[in-house]
Ligand binder design. Sequence first.
Ligand code: PHE
Length: 377
Amino acid sequence: RPISTRLRASRYIVDDPENNVTPYIANLVGKNLHQTENHPLYIIRKRIESYFGSDFEIFDNEDPIVTTTQCFDDLLIPPDHPGRQKSDTYYVTKDSVLRTHTSAHQSQHLRAGHQKFLCTGDVYRRDEIDSSHFPAFHQMEGVKLLVDGSWTSRDEWLQSSDCEIVAKDLKTTLEGMVDHVFQQGSSLEKRWRDDYFPFTEPSFELDILWQGEWMEVLGCGVIHTGVLERCDVSQKRGWAFGLGLERLAMVLFGIPDIRLFWTQDPRFHSQFTSGDIVQFKPYSKYPPVYKDIAFWLPENNNFEENDFFELARELAGDLVEQIALIDKFKHPKTERTSCCYRVTYRSMDRSLTDVEINQIQDSLREKAALALHVQLR
Ligand code: PHE
């Protein structure tokens, strides 16, 4: 196990000035939860695939390392887009990243001539840490080309009845999909909202009313003509959507914490069987340990929260349950900013000892001061 982990990591952690993949993240890549039979993410994925039927080709084994061209340029995401920044994205080299969304595979499949397909995979985003955010999660992409023609301008296309047909097909299909997944007949309440993505036009978001609250399920839209042109299919039009599997699985199975998807605990896995959506029965949690850390930000205020979160991840791995900013103020005279974060440590699998947590907290303090140039208080 140590050897294979090291070999695996060496694909993602390479000697390159742009590389910001940490060992903790590298170790998650390739777990392929979406391919693991009886896993809740697999169960949801299969249920969605069964709705689309054999018309749609299935992809689930693409390399999670993609080029920045695949992940961004092919999708018309401009160079200065926040999603491309190193503070948000794991770069392997200057020109390759751990995919931040499954849309990174749209263009290659369109170029290869596929017209209807679903593509599922693990995606990576540098993010905060809590029960609903984790730097790795899973998405499913769906694409369907359905009309042929030639249009002289973008405006002409956007105002055409064909564009309306595509948008209508998209909405009907996705409404049917959530009805199929939630199995509530047509009683499930849904609402459409306008959204924006550089690679679809127009773009929408689908929300559903779940236990009294509106929940965003997916982003989608009519594929931007610029994307199709780059794939040499400019005479065709169609739609695309992308949805997060964890969020759906959490509400459908009643799974309260996103980190549970990654646990090895048999008390979790024994509860699920392919094909069945059952309510998760919580097993007793081990007690948490809280530790606060307070520091002055560097004079130039050059401090990325995500770097701090990641440092904690790096040192404590899964033992960090949450990091919450509990106090922040500016000193009236020196004008320096002080932040205090409360770190919640908890293991999914055992009780923690004071000694081990104090050790982790001490090294977190030390490394924060060194690497992030904060001044401990
Ligand atoms: N890739 C988008 C995201 O991750 C979702 C999306 C996919 C939107 C396809 C439109 C079309 O948020």
